[in-house]
Every structure is written in structure tokens, then in C-alpha cells.
Design a protein around this ligand. Structure first.
Ligand code: F6R
Length: 609
């Protein structure tokens, strides 16, 4: 999704901003641009922007592009195609104001019509351009007041940064629904939409809240409410190793992050398991034992892969705590005017903590008086702040668009939640201990699956040649199949569809042929025999089969490529069955020569509807 970087200080702004933009490339974008103030004429505003990669922009940057104040952007097209004109920054007619913007201005077409009526010639198709014109025509005394006046006319979401030739000593930024962080350096200040762009310069960071405006000068920053009264925000030290934002010896971040899973899994469990009482201790949950007992239902909300892991989480909660639980796509939730029940525990699950659909689902719950906790990776993110408490996932920064380690930690977060809920209710201490023992083994078992990358890579090569694939599983195995299909289609661009194995004969079996392979999830559980029966049906129709299964499962004479994963306790098996599917997708994409960390059309965090 779009990215913002701004700089004001003692160094040349453009190279620093361009380097910062490359750190945001993983978020997905289709064009890039930069604006600087300064150079020979102290306040001249210069803009360079281009469809394509940051590298293309850097190569084509005009020679005279100096200045110590600047803003830059990577755009992911929403209003109008990806071309040079629609790329940010956008300027007013005179070229005094430049704006970069993440988010969507909902009333842009009304504002565009009003501006056109007033004789202003809009040059791009974007919603953002209106902001530049609105700021330029304000006659308020300060840039902050001009920005605030422009924003008062706007409905929608934004993270934005503005420079103005008449105010060359500052950048003014504002946030509403789209993240912005201010980085504090020595006689220099930065702003960015993601920590990744700041971390090599400073670890002193302030998060802007929704509705806030801030001024950055070389010497510091000031934050305000929309009415320009001060909010006195201060920066705090973030505890992140800049190396986590480097791929190092790995050819992609996805590969690095998959291999980090054993360590990440240990982190999410650390200090949260109570072996004596066979339970989990989650300090961030806002309920005591009595309130926990009163929960009648659990509803999990997330998007994409987070939604599929939410389905795994719902199974865990229902099995261990015997509370009815289900998961729903957060992107649909608020549009069906959901009934919010006081005795339901709502759980928002998100890696980034910025996914707009999930955030708006939480806000809908709150608007109707419900209670929502978060399973979130990014500390201090919008969803984490919006929830009444929850569980941080401690997966570390995840850069690759295709989520892996964060999803594994989501599953483990749900396991901890299910254990705690279960032990307050009817889960026995021996069952609690049984699960804790299995959880403690998981990091090593995940490592054992990851060691089989080469073997999985061979299977992946065969699958990569198919235009269309099925991923099938039942009950606990179905969300595993959904996540497997999701990973595969995201980065290999092959059509991969997930089905309940039991549903095959109700329709999809018609598509099974020698050209359509199926990846089947067949754990050793109460459904093994039925699953094996379905494999026979696929094989009988000539469908190539890859079976992700457990060592004791007898597949008889079925012709297939078999991949055994270590067994855990039945409830926890889904995560070990998921890991080979990550590798399968990854190796297929590698075989096809795709850009694994920047899959086409996708963005890391989806902060616009
Ligand atoms: C898949 C993937 C997406 C995200 C989804 C939610 O690999 O990464 O489907 O899971 O966009 O993102 P978060 O978890 O940041 O809310």
C-alpha cells in the first residue's frame, strides 16, 4: 500500500527520502515521487515523480534537486491509473504546495467539482490533488492552520505530509486512519508511514493519533488537535533491531521470515504458560475469571490469511473451552449490520494492526457497546490501540507481503487464549498440561518441517506447472487448506481454490483431471478414513495428488506425493500442517521466477477500503 517518507534537517533530503522509499517497497506500489524545498533559491519547490519503481525515479532524478526539506511517496493506485501524472506528490496550480497522501478522500469528486467551478484546473485523476489546491487557497496565517482548514472540508482517511514554498522551515503532517510515525534525530526529523523507513536513522519515534496534526522542523516536532490546541506528544525509544529489516543471506524476506518461525513461536509462548496449573497467563486480557466464565460466544474477525487463522483459532476455542466460536471476514462484518451481543467476546486478529477493514469492524463493535480484544503483531498499531486489551504476537517485523511467521504466532496466540478460557471453564488440568507439553514442542517441530525445504521444493516444481489447483481439507484441516491456497495464489499467480474435502462430490469433482492437481490435508484424526476415501475418488479421476499427512496414516495404494509432518496434539496439528504449504507456495513462485516479496497487485497492509 502507499508509503510516505519525509525529511527535514541538515542533510540532502532527496537521497535520504528515496532510500526510505525503497524500505517501503515491500508494501506494494506502482509509482513513486519526491518533492524538495530549497537549493539555490531558498524556497523553490521541485517535484519528480514517475510510474514504476523507486529505482527508475532515482535514475531519472534531475541533477539540480538539492534541498534539506522534502517529502516522498510510493503510490498504490486507487483513483486513476498508475502513471506519472497520478503519482504523488501533488501540487497546486502555482507549484507552491506539495502533498503526499495515504488513504482515500471520500468526498473527492464533490471537492473536485467545486474546485473546477472556481476555475482551478485539476491535472490528475487523484483524490489527493484536491488537498494541494485547498491548502494553497487558504489565507490562514500559518501552514498548520491552512492544512487544518483544508482537512475540515475533507471526509475520508489520510496520513499526509505537506511542504509549502512560503514556509520552507517545516513539514506539516496529519493522520486520520492511516499510520504516520515521527522519527526524532540529531538536528533532523523524519516522518514515515512505517517504521521500516525510519529505523536506520533513529529509534526515537512518536506515533501520531487519528485526528492529530504535527509540525516538523529541523529542531523538533509539535503535535496538535484539529483545532490546533497542543497535544504534547513525546517520542519513545522503539526496541527493534534494524537487522530485522534486512533480508541478509536470504533471497527474499519471505524465506527469511519462514525460517524465523521456530524463534518467533518461542517468543509468543515465553512467560505465558503455567505448567503447574496447566493454563496460560495472558496479562493483557481485560477479563477476570468471573467475566471469562460469563462469555457465551467468541467471534473472531480478520482479513485474508488472518481470517483463515481466525478459523483455526475458533476451532481451538470451541474444542478447548467449549464456547461456541466462529470467524468472519472483517471486511464484510460491518456491512451486514451485525447484532453485537454483550456476552460475546470479539477478537480482532491482524499482523499489521492497520488493516482498515479490521479496524472498522472493531469500531462497529464498540459503537454498539461490544467488547473486543486484539491479537496483533505491531505494538501500538491502530487496532492494538482500539481494542480493550489482547495478546501481542511478538513475531518481530514482518516485511514480506505473504505472511508466514505472524500467522504462525496468531495460531499460537489463539492456542494460549483457548487454553486460558478452557481452564477457567471445563478443561481439565491434565488436558491443560497435555497441551502445554505439546505447545512447548512446537517450535522444534516447526523447525523440522522447515528443514525439508528441498524435498518440498521438488513437489512445488510439479505444482507450479499446473494452471489450476485444489487445496482440500476437513474440519480442522479446512482453514489449513484455505491458507495453503491463499499463499499459493498470492505469489505463484496460479488459480488455487480451497474446498472442504467433503464438498468435492457436490460439484468441484467435475473439474478433477490429470491437469488439475489437489493438495490434500489428511491428519491422523477422527476423519482420516473419510479423507482417504476422498483421495481415492480424486485418484480414480486421474487427479494428481500431494498429501500432507502424518506418519501413521495408511494411504494404501493411492498414487500420490506424500509429505509427513510431525504429530502434535490433535488440536494443535493445523499449524504443523500449514508450514509445508508455505514452502510449497514459496518454492513454486521461485521456480516460476516471480518477485516473491512484491507479488503483483498486492500490498502488505491494506489501509484503504
Ligand atoms: C496473506 C496476507 C494477507 C493478510 C491480510 C490481513 O499472506 O498477508 O491476506 O493476512 O491482508 O493483514 P493483517 O494481518 O495485517 O491485518
Amino acid at each position: 500500500m502507499c508509503g510516505i517518507v519525509g525529511y527535514i534537517g541538515t542533510q540532502q533530503a532527496a537521497p535520504l527520502i528515496l532510500e526510505g522509499l525503497t524500505r517501503l517497497e515491500h508494501r506494494g506500489y506502482d509509482s513513486a515521487g519526491v518533492a524538495v524545498l530549497g537549493g539555490s533559491k531558498e524556497s523553490a519547490l521541485r517535484v519528480a515523480k514517475k510510474a514504476g519503481r523507486v529505482r527508475d525515479l532515482t535514475d531519472d532524478l534531475p541533477k539540480r534537486f538539492s534541498g534539506k526539506v522534502g517529502i516522498g511517496h510510493t503510490r498504490w493506485a486507487t483513483h486513476g491509473p498508475a502513471n506519472d501524472v497520478n503519482a504523488h506528490p501533488h501540487t497546486d496550480t502555482k507549484g507552491d504546495v506539495a502533498v503526499v497522501h495515504n488513504g482515500i478522500i471520500d468526498n473527492a469528486s464533490t471537492l473536485r467539482a467545486q474546485l473546477a467551478e472556481d476555475g482551478i484546473d485539476l491535472t490528475s485523476d487523484t483524490d489527493t490533488e484536491v488537498l494541494a489546491h485547498l491548502i494553497a487557497r487558504s489565507t490562514a496565517e500559518t501552514l498548520e492552520a491552512r492544512v487544518a482548514e483544508a482537512l475540515s472540508a475533507v471526509d475520508g482517511t489520510y496520513g499526509l505530509a505537506v511542504v509549502h514554498a512560503d514556509f520552507p522551515d517545516r513539514i506539516v503532517v496529519a493522520r486520520n486512519g492511516s499510520p504516520l510515525l515521527i522519527g526524532v534525530g540529531e538536528k533532523e526529523m523524519l516522518v514515515a508511514s512505517d517504521l521500516a523507513a525510519l529505523i536506520r536513522h533513529t529509534t526515537m519515534v512518536a506515533h501520531l493519533e487519528d485526528g492529530e496534526i504535527a509540525t516538523l522542523t529541523a529542531g523538533g516536532f509539535t503535535t496538535y488537535r484539529a483545532d490546533l490546541t497542543s497535544t504534547h506528544r513525546t517520542a519513545t525509544e522503539v526496541d527493534v533491531d534494524p537487522a530485522t529489516y534486512e533480508a541478509g543471506e536470504h533471497e527474499s524476506f519471505m524465506h527469511k521470515e519462514m525460517l524465523e518461525q521456530p524463534d518467533a513461536a518461542e517468543r509468543v509462548l515465553r512467560g505465558r504458560l503455567d505448567e503447574r496449573f496447566g493454563t496460560a497467563h495472558l496479562g493483557g486480557l481485560p477479563m477476570d475469571a468471573r467475566e471469562t466464565r460469563a462469555i457465551k460466544r467468541v467471534k473472531i474477525l480478520g482479513c485474508g490469511s488472518a481470517y483463515y487463522v481466525g478459523q483455526m483459532g475458533a476451532s481451538l476455542i470451541e474444542e478447548l473451552a467449549r464456547i461456541p466460536a466462529d470467524a468472519e471476514a472483517a471486511s464484510e462484518f460491518r456491512y451486514r449490520n451485525p447484532v453485537i451481543e454483550p456476552d460475546t467476546l470479539y477478537v480482532a486478529v491482524s499482523q499489521s494492526g492497520e488493516t482498515i477493514d479490521t479496524l472498522l469492524a472493531v469500531q462497529e463493535i464498540h459503537r454498539k457497546g461490544g467488547r473486543c480484544i486484539g491479537l496483533v503483531n505491531v505494538v501500538g498499531s491502530a487496532i492494538a490501540r482500539e481494542c480493550e486489551g489482547g495478546i501481542y504476537l511478538h513475531a518481530g517485523p514482518e516485511v514480506a507481503v505473504a505472511s508466514t511467521k505472524a500467522l504462525t504466532n496468531m495460531f499460537l496466540g489463539f492456542a494460549l487464549l483457548a487454553l486460558q478460557l478452557g481452564r477457567v471453564r471445563d478443561l481439565s488440568i491434565s488436558d491443560g498440561k497435555r497441551l502445554i507439553a505439546a505447545l512447548l514442542e512446537l517450535p522444534e517441530q516447526i523447525g523440522q518441517v522447515l528443514e525439508r525445504e528441498e524435498e518440498i521444493g521438488e513437489i512445488a516444481q510439479v505444482l507450479a506447472d499446473a494452471e489450476s489447483l485444489f487445496f482440500v481439507g476437513r474440519v480442522r484441516g479446512f482453514p489449513v487448506a484455505r491458507e495453503g491456497a491463499q499463499k499459493f495464489k498470492e505469489i505463484s499467480y496460479r488459480h488455487a481454490e480451497a474446498y472442504q474435502t467433503s464438498e468435492l462430490k457436490h460439484g468441484p469433482l467435475a473439474l478433477i483431471s490429470g491437469d488439475v492437481p489437489s493438495v490434500a490435508i489428511v491428519p491422523q484424526d477422527e476423519l482420516t478414513d473419510r479423507n482417504v476415501g476422498a483421495l481415492h475418488e480424486i485418484a480414480a479421476r486421474g487427479g494428481p495428488l500431494v498429501v500432507i499427512t502424518h506418519p501413521d496414516v495408511d494411504l494404501g495404494e493411492i498414487e500420490c506425493r506424500r509429505l509427513d509432518v510431525p504429530r502434535s496434539e490433535r488440536e494443535l496439528d493445523p499449524i504443523l500442517l500449514t508450514i509445508p504449504l508455505q514452502l510449497l507456495a514459496y518454492r513454486a513462485a521461485l521456480h516460476l521466477g516471480h518477485d516473491i516479496d512484491k507479488p503483483r497487485n498486492l500490498a502488505k497492509s491494506v489501509t484503504v477500503e
